[in-house]
Design a protein around this ligand. Structure first.
Ligand code: PEP
Ligand code: MG
Length: 595
């Protein structure tokens, strides 16, 4: 047996899990080119043949699982995938490239698939153009099969055992959303940051997670027994029985505390000690999280990240208008009369949609969020029609991501109007005033919030991206995680400025970034005048407790003091001290915050 070892990283999702490691190798984004000697060519062609067979098997298995879980229509997507792998007009040019240019198969697959996909995308026929995304997927599966042969089968879908700890280099949002929650008890990665979407999903799903663990893949092997401590950010490999017993005991204590917090968390406005009303809503990514909104006592949905409809789909396809409308209706009706804020697609950046945005040097600064929607008007209009068509069935509010200035808001309003007209022409009634809100997550939007606020119905501060773009620190890159700090004086000033703009325009402002789920930062936001918050459902009970036992006037004094400080460390130290004092009247809450 391997000796016992502990590794440390960034804790991103609390909780303790015990399980066996399932090492999951990440797909390479781009294949390196390797020139072959002529005698290597036959072996390379054989390698390609085997990989094609393995990919066809993998796709068949995926289709079976998808049919079981989601239905036959979704499984049909994979039939199209498999057709590519049998099509000589796809495979022929790959073989030719290997034979004539004497290059490795991965490179040949990538170049041929990219060229073919680009040709498909240029076709006027929308259906054929959409096939380009299938081709991207097929190429990725084939490259994976080439890299790892038999082992390339999508391990996420075929994990066995019911207590797996997923061990990976990095998880993309679409990987994270596919984690089978019945089998995976935790995940740990070598890369990543606290506000990466994989981390946010882990918190939503209640899966303990630790990221940015140096030398993780070199230290952990498949089947190793692991303890993951998602609060302290520690992973134990092959722990001794004594260590195991200690963690089991802590697991029990955590469960009791969480249960008691949950019991106290009921839907409905929370009042601070000095009588200020605070609403705390839930951020969700998937429809299956709707029961969590009730279970954790949230006051509706403050952010439904609709792009996960696409990212979690079996073949990464956009649901058509009727399917989207059915999904939105379901959420809105189940939560009525509570508000449901649905964000239009925030794809691009790291939430991969390469076939829509094209290859970009700097995707996070590229066609992301509403910009990508503008460049795919029919996709945007379809989503808006689906949203507007169900608006009369509950309290639906539409939120637009990555707004950079008031010009974006005006353009969105034109799209909304067009969508409304199209529905009216079809005889579908649309309420006159469906609230349209702007996410404030780009510094230019924060700095011009006074211009934006009068032209929208509400604002929502996306502090994850606002921190990333203000501090020029990638939210998912562990190398700059010490720079990515919402405590930075620049962030405090921006939030205060946006709050003032919203107040002056008489428009509601919520904070839906992860900043709101940190008790000390929550108190700071409360002190800056914010009264609406939104966070992962599981964070709601603790933050409702914090709101209940804090005084907004004291929080405001603390915020004023914080605004006068010069460094993130100074702000963090002040908040830590003051939060202790602010919560001192309630030992139970203080203990939960410090747990
Ligand atoms: C944010 O940026 O703060 C936000 C809530 O949106 P997302 O995390 O999905 O980018
Ligand atoms: Mg964002």
């Amino acid at each position: 047996m391997k000796r016992s070892l502990s590794l440390s990283g960034i804790p991103v999702s609390p909780g303790i899990a015990v399980g066996r490691a399932a090492v999951w190798l990440v797909r390479a984004d781009s294949s390196p080119r390797r020139d072959l000697d002529s005698e290597e060519v036959p072996t390379e062609l054989e390698r390609l043949r085997l990989a094609v067979e393995s990919a066809i098997r993998e796709i068949g298995e995926m289709a079976g699982q998808v049919e079981e879980r989601l239905g036959r229509e979704y499984a049909a997507i994979f039939q199209a995938h498999a057709l590519f792998l049998r099509d000589p007009s796809f495979l022929g040019p790959i073989e030719k490239k290997i034979r004539i240019e004497r290059v490795n198969a991965e490179w040949a697959v990538e170049v041929v698939a990219d060229a073919l996909a680009a040709r498909l995308r240029d076709l006027p026929d929308q259906d054929l153009a959409l096939r380009a995304s299938d081709l991207d997927d097929v190429a990725a599966i084939l490259r994976r099969s080439l890299g790892e042969g038999e082992a390339a089968v999508d391990r996420l879908a075929s994990l066995t055992g019911d207590s797996c700890v997923l061990v990976a280099d990095e998880l993309t949002p679409s990987d994270a959303v596919r984690i089978p929650r019945d089998k995976v008890v935790a995940f740990v990665t070598e890369r990543g940051g606290k506000t990466s979407h994989a981390a946010i999903l882990a918190r939503s799903f209640g899966i303990p997670a630790v990221v940015a663990i140096p030398k993780l893949l070199a230290s952990i092997g498949d089947g190793d027994r692991l303890i993951v401590d998602g609060r302290e950010g520690v992973v134990w490999r092959e722990p001794s029985e004594d260590v195991l017993a200690l963690f089991r005991e802590r697991q029990g204590r955590d469960a009791t505390r969480e249960h008691s917090l949950k019991e106290r968390s009921v839907s409905g406005l929370t009042r601070t000690r000095d009588g200020q009303e605070v609403s705390i809503r839930a951020n969700i990514e998937l429809v299956r999280e709707v029961p969590d909104v009730f279970e954790y006592g949230a006051d509706g949905v403050g952010l439904f990240r609709s792009e996960f409809l696409y990212l979690s789909g079996a073949g990464m396809e956009f649901p058509d208008e009727a399917t989207q409308a059915a999904i939105y209706r379901d959420v809105v009706v189940r939560l009525a009369p509570r508000p449901v804020v649905i964000r239009t697609y925030d794809l691009g950046g790291k939430k991969g949609a390469r076939h829509l945005s094209g290859a970009e040097e700097n995707p996070v600064l590229g066609l992301r969020g509403v910009r990508l929607c503008f460049s795919h008007p029919e996709m945007f209009r379809t989503q808006l029609r689906a949203l507007l068509s169900v608006a009369s069935e509950g309290d639906l509010r539409i939120l637009v991501p990555m707004v950079a200035g008031v010009e974006d808001v005006r353009r969105v309003r034109t799209f909304v109007e067009e969508a409304r007209q199209e529905l009216l022409e079809r005889g579908i009634a649309v309420p006159h005033s469906v609230p349209i809100g702007a996410m404030i997550e780009v510094p230019s939007a924060a700095l011009t919030a006074d211009l934006i606020a009068p032209e929208v119905d509400f604002l929502s501060l996306g502090t994850n991206d606002l921190t990333q773009y203000t501090l020029a620190a990638d939210r998912a890159n562990e190398a700059v995680s010490d720079i990515f700090r919402p405590h930075h004086p620049a962030m405090l000033r921006l939030v205060a400025r946006v709050q003032e703009a919203a107040r002056a325009a008489g428009k509601p402002l919520a904070v839906c970034g992860e900043m709101a789920a940190d008790p000390a930062l929550f108190l700071l936001l409360l002190g800056l005048g914010i009264r609406e918050f939104s966070m992962g459902p599981r964070s709601v009970p603790l933050l409702k407790d914090v709101a209940r036992c804090a005084s907004a006037a004291d929080a405001s004094r603390m915020a004023r003091a914080a605004l006068s400080l010069s460094t993130p460390d100074d702000v963090a130290a002040l908040l830590a001290r003051e939060a202790e004092t602010l919560l001192s009247g309630d030992p139970e809450t203080r203990a939960a915050v410090n747990a």
